[in-house]
Design a protein around this ligand. Structure first.
Ligand SMILES: *Cc1c(COP(=O)(O)O)cnc(C)c1O
Length: 352
């Protein structure tokens, strides 16, 4: 060990899904949207005057905050924004999870939560999902330093009913409960209406999945103005100019096109339901997904083998070599054409 190593902040980083870039590949491994961002986004980018980049961006990202608030019928003071919801969530962990008591999140969930907790030295416990990959609300009715879970959960796609989320929030007035709604636009119920009733609830969403802007990096959170102020205090104590001018312009243009957004979500939901039926015929099983992916296991063929076989055909899906889920594949919903090609390949492969 080097003499200076004792003072290093050591952490095992999050591993993002791979980003291959091959012609003709079918990329179903990182839950991106197969459709382009709203047409207004391209226009907004083309209209950008490079000369304005001399100037710092608006540290409050006011235009973007305002367009998000307007879309959801909220006040600007109820909205926080950051560079992807990963940034928003990291700021939330830093701001709200400062107890000696452990924070709680499921054993099977978004694999960034434990990384932030490790990085920030936040103690945590991970109640196990039940056999059908459902969050057991009772596991969150005990002393804790905060609670976070996605709804629908990732990588399972399982939705928790809003009534159960409300119970968790209501039973934990002494902690902040964060609901990570990265996939909520694909057919699940948002906890957003509950922020008027509970001052300890924060709802986090992203432009990366349902708004086709993973490459732009925009996330946001809803909560009562007091929570949002605490978040901003921490953000401005860390880095005030996180969101650049380009991103703000693209985000505003995206939020303004509600019809396009709804059309894309609708197409993905339709393709997802078609894919579910086809996968079932092929011997796959899965919990009902309300997200833009399906978390499936096959009755006879090991997930790892399928993952490798698909990869050789340049069809990328996600495989997690982790306890309890190492016989599952997480398959993002692409276009109809992509999903047909996936099903065709699987049909042929599983017949052998
Ligand atoms: C994709 C995802 C995020 C992060 O998305 P950003 O691209 O950083 O906005 C957060 N939580 C979950 C559960 C996700 O799947």
């Amino acid at each position: 060990m080097k003499p200076w190593e004792a003072n290093i902040r050591k952490v095992v980083p999050y591993t993002p899904g791979e980003q291959p870039n091959e012609r003709g590949m079918i990329k179903l491994n990182t839950n991106e949207n197969p459709y382009s961002p709203a047409p207004g986004v391209e226009k907004a980018l083309k209209a950008l005057d490079a000369d304005t980049l001399r100037l710092y961006p608006d540290p409050t990202a006011g235009d973007l905050i305002h367009s998000i608030a307007a879309f959801y019928g909220l006040k600007d003071e109820q909205v926080f924004t950051g560079v992807g919801s990963d940034d928003v969530l990291a700021m939330c962990f830093l701001t709200f999870f400062n107890s000696e008591k452990p924070i709680l999140f499921p054993d099977i969930t978004y694999s960034f939560y434990d990384v932030w907790a490790d990085l920030l030295r936040i103690p945590y416990e991970r109640p196990a999902l039940d056999e059908e990959f459902h969050i057991r609300k009772e596991d969150y009715f005990r002393e804790n330093g905060g609670i976070v879970f996605p709804n629908p959960n990732a990588p399972t796609g399982v939705e928790m009913p809003l009534s159960e989320i409300e119970e968790i929030v209501a039973k934990n007035p002494e902690s902040i409960v964060i609901v990570d709604e990265a996939y909520v636009d694909f057919g699940a119920a948002s906890a957003l209406p509950l922020i008027e009733k509970y001052d300890n609830l924060l709802v986090v969403q992203t432009f990366s999945k349902s708004r086709s802007l993973a490459g732009m990096r925009i996330g946001y959170a809803f909560g009562n103005p007091e929570l949002i102020k605490y978040l901003n205090d921490v953000k401005y104590s860390f880095n005030s100019y996180t969101m650049d001018r380009t991103t703000i312009a693209a985000g505003v243009a995206s939020m303004e096109d509600k019809a396009y957004f709804e059309e894309c979500c609708h197409k993905i939901i339709t393709t997802r339901e078609w894919t579910k039926a086809e996968l079932r015929k092929l011997g796959f099983s899965f919990q009902d997904s309300r997200s833009n992916f399906i978390f499936a296991t096959h009755e006879s063929c090991p997930a790892k083998e399928l993952f490798t076989a698909l990869r050789e055909k340049h069809i990328y899906v996600r495989y997690f070599p982790k306890d309890r889920i190492d016989n599952h594949l997480r398959i993002t919903i692409g276009t109809d054409e992509e999903m047909k090609k996936l099903v065709e390949f699987l049909t042929e492969y599983l017949q052998k």
